[in-house]
Each structure stands twice: as C-alpha cells, then as structure tokens.
Design a protein around this ligand. Structure first.
Ligand code: ZN
Length: 284
C-alpha cells in the first residue's frame, strides 16, 4: 500500500477506534465483548485495532458454536499477537509453523489474522478470512468451554483427557469436518498399518499413540480425533458427552468419568471406533 494511502487508512482507523480501557498511545489496548451469553476481553497492540474489531464480530458466530458441549462460564481473554514468533513465545510452543492459536482454561493466544499467510488468494479475501477466523475461534473456545466444565483454573490440565477427545470435541463443535480427510482415508491408513507395521507411520495409532505422530502427521491425528469424537457423539449422544465432562468436574479422572457416563473403558471405545473404520461401517 502506498505510504499516503496507508496514512489515510490509519487515520480512518484511529477516527473510529472504540474507546476502551488501557487505550494509551502505543501501549496494549483492550476491548470487552459479550457474545453467545459469554464474556470476552480482547487485548491487542495499536497495530491490531482493526483486527480486534473483526475478531469481536467473529465472536458472534463462534461463541454459540463453541458451547455445544458446555458453557463458557468464565470470561475468556483473547490476546492478539502481532507475529507468529510472538504467538509461539506466548504459547510456549516453538517449532509449530502451522499454529495460529493456543487455548488454555480461560485464555486464547491468537496470531493476528492480519499476519496469516496461509490460504493463498482465498485466504486473502476478506469474507473468506472472516469465516476462517470464526471457525478457528469456535475451535479454540470449545477447548476453553470443555476445560471449564471438566475442572477449574487449578485442575483443568490434570484430568488425563486424551488428545483425540480434546481435539475431536473442538473440531466437531466448530464444524470442521471438511478440513479433514474422510473416513475412507483413515480406513486406508489402518489397512496400511496392519499390512506393514514397520513401514510409514510405524503402525502407530492416531488415537492412542498420537504423540508419536503429532509433529510429523498432525493432520492424520486431528482427522482421526474429529471422526472418533463425531462417532462418540452420534452413537452415545451429546448428553453423555456432557456427562463425561461433569464427571471430571466432580473430581473424577477422564477414564473414570468416561466409564461412568459411556459405560465402557476409553480403550474399549477406541477399539470400537477402529473396528468401525477398518470394517467400513460408515459405508453401510
Ligand atoms: Zn485444538
């Protein structure tokens, strides 16, 4: 953008910037937002004034979806970071170039969508990017809602929730099925792992051994998590999924809460899902 146009654009942004607490020159700013019955605080630098308002608008779409399996009972602080390096630092997750956000109990670290480089031409179109921001926020906020229902600010990390459940819940709540390979692709992965356990992924299971696959084959892990959780929710119902979270909220570990609400061990459910996929139950 030419310098004059940039200056004009910045002047326009400054003219319609909302008055918010902490609105010092050059310092961090904040904006309080209510959406979907939940409360949020956006924190951002002066360079992200416009992005903060886009994120606030996206929350109207994201917040209702995020609460399918539990309410956002505790207000969530969403911090916009001006670069990917700043996000990795705040998330304490170096070496994840595809990372765009990181959720904890009542916070989300978000790389400013202004700096997202993925998505090519489509990603640069404002409408497409807005939808992508809402989808990502729905996913991250679903994590917060899950942890808030399953624990408190001290205990949320210590329930022993497996990655397939955490990521699957967020992906299903955000409606991200189209981002993943289909069940036929997962079935082919299981076929290959069974035929040559020493080859490729070493036969590791994307549900129970996700750590071994996470760095190199994150998409496989996220896809399997989505499908396994969707299978859980459709077979046993959302109410039982919420009951798993309530069991943890009452102090149970994940395996105990899962057993109490679903009626079988987590490992038995994982085996049930693997059989469903490997035997192409989804084609019937
Ligand atoms: Zn996630």
């Amino acid at each position: 953008m030419p310098r004059v146009a940039l200056a004009a654009a910045l002047a326009l942004l400054a003219a319609c910037a909302p008055r918010a607490p902490g609105d010092g020159v050059g310092g961090p700013r904040s904006l309080d937002v209510a959406a979907g019955g939940a409360r949020f605080r956006l924190v951002y630098g002066p360079e992200d004034e416009g992005e903060a308002r886009s994120v606030a608008a996206a929350l109207a779409l994201a917040a209702p979806r995020a609460q399918r399996f539990g309410p956002l009972a505790v207000p969530v602080t969403i911090t916009l970071h001006p670069s990917h390096a700043a996000l990795e630092h705040a998330a304490a997750r170096p070496g994840y170039p595809w990372l765009r956000a990181w959720a904890r109990y009542a916070t989300i670290e978000l790389q400013s969508p202004r700096t997202w480089r993925d998505g090519g031409l489509l990603g640069r179109l404002v409408g497409a990017r807005r939808g992508r921001v809402a989808e990502l926020l729905a996913h991250e906020l679903a994590h917060c809602a899950m942890w808030q229902r399953a624990g408190d600010a001290q205990t949320w990390l210590y329930r022993g929730i497996p990655r397939w459940f955490t990521e699957g819940l967020a992906s299903v709540a955000a409606g991200q099925e189209e981002r993943h390979g289909d069940l036929a692709a997962l079935a082919r992965f299981y076929d290959g792992a069974a035929a040559s356990p020493a080859a490729g992924a070493g036969g590791a299971d994307p549900l129970s051994e996700s750590e071994a696959l996470y760095l190199g084959q994150a998409e496989l892990v996220y896809g399997a998590a989505h499908h396994a959780f969707a299978f859980l929710a459709s077979r046993y119902g959302d109410a039982r999924v919420r009951a798993v979270l309530d069991g943890m909220g009452a102090g149970l570990s994940f395996p105990s809460a899962f057993r109490a609400a679903i009626g079988i061990e987590p490992a038995a459910f994982e085996a049930e899902f693997r059989r469903y996929v490997a035997w192409r139950g989804f084609e019937r």
